[in-house]
Design a protein. Sequence first.
Length: 579
Amino acid sequence: MLILILAYLGGILTIASPCILPVLPFIFSRADRPFLRSGLPLLAGMALTFALFATLAAVGGGWVVAANQYGRWLALVLMAVFGITLLFPAVAERVMHPLVSAGNRLSDKIAADQQHQVGPSLLLGVATGLLWAPCAGPILGLVLTGAALQGANVGSTFLLLAYAAGAATSLALALLIGGKVFSAMKRSLGAGEWIRRVLGAAMLVGVVAIALGLDTTVLARISAASTGGIEQRLVQMFTPAATPAKLPMQTAVDTQPVLDDLGEMPALSGAVQWLNSPPLTAESLRGKVVLVDFWTYSCINCLRTLPYVKAWAEKYRDQGLVVIGVHAPEFAFERDIGNVTKEAKKLGIDYPIAIDNNYSIWRAFNNQYWPAHYFIDASGHIRYQHFGEGDYAQSERVIQELLRQAGAKNISTAVSQVAGQGVEQAAGNQAGISPETYLGYARAENFASGKAEQDMVARYGVPENLPLNDWGLAGNWTVGGENVTLNAPNGRIVYRFHARDLHLVLGPVSGGKPVAFKVTLDGKAPGEMHGADIAPDGRGVVTDQRLYQLIRQTDGAGEHTFSIEFEQAGVAAYAFTFG
């Protein structure tokens, strides 16, 4: 119920966002008609179409997304025809004549009986629903994620209907008020023809804006700045805060592990989807030794443990080990199952992955860390747990012992020799390296560019001399709760750090295009000290929402000034991590 209320409130906020502008001309083209017979059917058609296509898109895969794109272009053609008929009555007479029987008349000069106004208004609403690209923001992200997680069922449809109903409510109020203004203008000015032509021109401008993608790029970015703060506060009001921690490398302990009984393995039923496997249950895993690995794909500590987890899964699979990766997201983009699927494939993970977007499995295990490993015996009891990186030899001995206890034969006593590559390479084991640093105001520290204007477009500058572990922005940025978003070309992020490796979690804004950038280290191209995601001259491209390795030095001696400059707007930066 709380999520439904939240979705409804988020829909109401839609009208305050600039990305609704291309849709408004279609809505107000019916402002001079009776609301119950014209405005209401239009809004109902718009809301129902949005809910239907969003439900299908949430679960239908690539074919329905492609179908929706064809539908958008078909709707654009239809809306362009509507706009032209408003501009040119003679065209309306000719084009609309075959549709008279269905009541689809949009020109004031073509008489329309009251009983025939519902049909064309509903049709106009259906077309508008196909075109509507709602505003990007925490609320809509929550709504669409919830729908994708629940699948095509009554719950997901009601969730999307709640959002659409909220938007329809605010638009209905605007339409009712706008209708009175519209009628008054016609009575006082006798300007019906002029008003109709203005509406027709506005509809054509809306069609052009949508065809050029302005509704999902420029206007969406403006929307995030104008309503993101309100939406973020609503999210925080209705959802509990989670404060998990990432643990770095721990000191190796080369002793025989003590296997205690830490209780029965909790249920895995909270997973919203499974990758690489049908859904698994604690009961179906009885008789197997199980390793549960809590991770998230932008966590550098998790990535550095992956070579070992993958090696264990491969080495002991035939002897009874089942490895389950529980993906519990840290950032909003990690809730996107498509993102997780793509990154898991790139990382070479072929064992089962439980998508824990609701933190249900996380809470069932009473977990608090990324990465976290839970070792379960064949009777279904947790016998050992390890948090953070390191102690890999000891963890593998736990697996070997649990397999022996389960009756497996010829279990090797040798431990795997693993060497991670790229971002999976082990940390440099230096003392006093720079800490993980979040850029969004919810958890930001050591911001050196003055006061952060929360959820507002603002210009920032970087001080000439940055203290160690301080960072700053240069250019036109919006500082959000989770990230910072660049609003204009040539924006920079600068950090004074001490570490061998520097990583930055980056991504294009929602629906945005790849963004090119250039990195410098102490004012120069990094050369041989470039990371896996950039060239020696420091150039790279942000293509996906993930962690990017930007600097890898031969050692981590001394302090260095890192700078990254983006050539275009439309990039979001989340957090620095070091190693």
